[in-house]
Design a protein around this ligand. Structure first.
Ligand SMILES: Cc1cc2nc3c(=O)[nH]c(=O)nc-3n(C[C@H](O)[C@H](O)[C@H](O)COP(=O)(O)OP(=O)(O)OC[C@H]3O[C@@H](n4cnc5c(N)ncnc54)[C@H](O)[C@@H]3O)c2cc1C
Length: 474
């Protein structure tokens, strides 16, 4: 029996969060099942998607749970700006601006199903827009480029990724492609999966893509900020979150586990679930006693988490095409989404994600990274980026939003990716518990093929709740 079926049978993954009065009708089938008698308490570290979901499941099973979050908000790498409140004077966007997770992969994936169950308005990006591809500083649709042999070869390499059977990095595997398509393929693969083609392991990506079982739809929320929906979905555990509490040590050598925070405060627990980003574990921000299992630390050296930046800019004219969805192939804007398409009256906003070494380079420039991005856009669109970028009316300064995830103290990067020799077994090792006391979740520990995404984070939350409950029920 697969894990999801088992969870369904046990009644997990079906939280009290679904039992909101006005939503009961859509969730009648989601009975959380029998309670699990347990007189201990569980502390979850991190209030991102994985921690919230794990806590939600445990609470629904009647287990005493609390959540410690280092930051001052719930959501982790799900972070949104709301148009009326946060965006005044920065962006004219009449839709939510996402600073982290923006696209929901699969309409029948974990998060896609949640959106459906809660009747959240979504747009299927593929059916409302057309992607454009940049080569030789020219942007065209796939159909328009397809007669170009170099482009066609590049796209068959990208499309064939799930079936790729070789090893090494994506750069090595794609060495035979023309130099004309290198930036394009880097944006479609290396950057998309959290780094660059030079650092991304092709076998790990192929293995993950094969393991995914949901459809190929890519959804965005039409009007709701992603962070608001996440908080709403896990409303039942919201009150259990203690913000501004950075955990620095977890000692499980005594009868009770002692959790120490950065202010010297101590909290006791009988079981702990750690959901902090992989980068935080790699940098030993939290000391563990007993230490992390050696299989885990060994696998950590094969899974990376690089720098990541989200940049959002408005323009007074949509010069990249009103029906454009993603724009692939930029060097300083490798993942560029026309965020207003299909959902904004002012469809004039670009939402850019830069990962890996390029993000490190741009991050070092601080706000000057905007000039680099505008210059590259200018070279493709005949100077229109600088001409039409939205500026402050008084000062003439360019208006923009930079969310530098690599510089966020409690995140320190974007999302995890496999290096050249990594396999899904490494991700399984990242989720190995320490005894029956300390458990690990978070997107990097996902083994369902969705690591690096919201679906992966949620799947890991389900997995860890199941793992922990089994140590109680035997
Ligand atoms: C720029 C960007 C774009 C993305 N785009 C997409 C997308 O389009 N679609 C998609 O599906 N996914 C996307 N992702 C990935 C997605 O956001 C993550 O996979 C997911 O949100 C991770 O959830 P998590 O619970 O594993 O970790 P997090 O959300 O990082 O939660 C971990 C929490 O632990 C807290 N923490 C850290 N250290 C401590 C400590 N010492 N003590 C206590 N708390 C601590 C952190 O503050 C954080 O809140 C994107 C990510 C980024 C950065």
């Amino acid at each position: 029996m697969n894990r999801r079926k088992l969870l369904k049978q046990l009644g997990f993954g079906l939280s009290g969060g679904l039992l909101m009065p006005h939503l009961l009708s859509s969730c009648g089938k989601d009975d959380p099942g029998p309670e699990v008698p347990y007189d201990g308490n569980v502390v979850v570290i991190g209030a991102g998607a994985s921690g919230l979901y794990a806590a939600d499941i445990l609470k629904a099973k009647g287990i005493q749970v609390s959540i410690l979050e280092a930051g001052n908000q719930i959501g982790g790498r799900v972070k949104s700006l709301r148009n009326q409140k946060d965006l005044v004077n920065i962006s004219a966007a009449d839709f939510p601006v996402e600073l982290g997770a923006e696209v929901v992969y699969g309409s029948d994936s974990i998060w896609g199903t949640n959106l459906k169950n809660f009747k959240v308005n979504t747009l299927d990006i593929g059916s409302i827009s057309t992607d454009r591809y940049i080569m030789d500083s020219v942007s065209k649709t796939r159909d328009d480029w397809q007669i170009d042999g170099d482009f066609a070869n590049a796209q068959s390499f990208v499309d064939g990724l799930p079936d790729f059977s070789g090893s090494g990095t994506v750069a090595q595997a794609s060495a035979g492609l023309s130099n004309r398509v290198k930036a394009l393929v880097n944006s479609q693969i290396g950057n998309l999966y959290g780094t660059s083609n030079e650092k991304l392991g092709i076998a790990g990506v192929a293995e993950a893509l094969k393991a995914r079982i949901y459809d190929n739809q890519k959804l965005v929320l039409k009007t709701n900020p992603m962070q608001d929906f996440l908080i709403f979905r896990f409303d039942q555990v919201r009150e259990l979150v203690q913000l501004n509490t950075q955990v620095t040590a977890i000692d499980a050598t005594g009868e009770k586990i002692i959790i120490t925070d950065a202010n010297g405060g101590q909290i006791e627990a009988t079981k702990v679930i750690v959901t902090v980003p992989l980068s935080i574990l790699k940098k030993n921000v939290i000391s563990f006693n007993p230490g992390l299992p050696s299989a885990m630390t060994s696998s950590m050296s094969r899974i990376g988490m690089d720098h990541s930046i989200r940049v959002v800019m408005d323009f007074k004219k949509n010069f990249w095409g009103a029906s454009t969805g993603f724009l692939w192939g930029g060097t300083s804007f490798p993942n560029c989404y026309s965020a207003g398409v299909g959902r904004g009256e002012f469809n004039q906003t670009l939402s850019i994600t830069i990962n890996g070494p390029k993000a490190v380079e741009l991050s070092a420039l601080g706000a000057d990274m905007i000039n680099v991005i505008l210059a590259e856009l200018d070279s493709i669109y005949g100077g229109q980026a600088t001409q039409f970028v939205r500026r402050d009316l008084d000062t003439g300064n360019v208006l923009f939003i930079i969310q530098d995830w690599g510089k966020e103290e409690f995140i320190q990067g974007g999302y995890s990716y496999p290096m050249a020799t990594a396999t899904l077994a490494d991700r399984e090792n990242l989720g190995l518990p320490i005894g029956e006391k300390i458990f690990f979740a978070g997107e990097a520990t996902d083994i369902s093929g969705s690591a690096g995404t919201l679906n992966g984070a949620l799947a890991s939350g389900e997995r860890v709740a199941e793992q922990l409950i089994k140590t109680i029920t035997g």
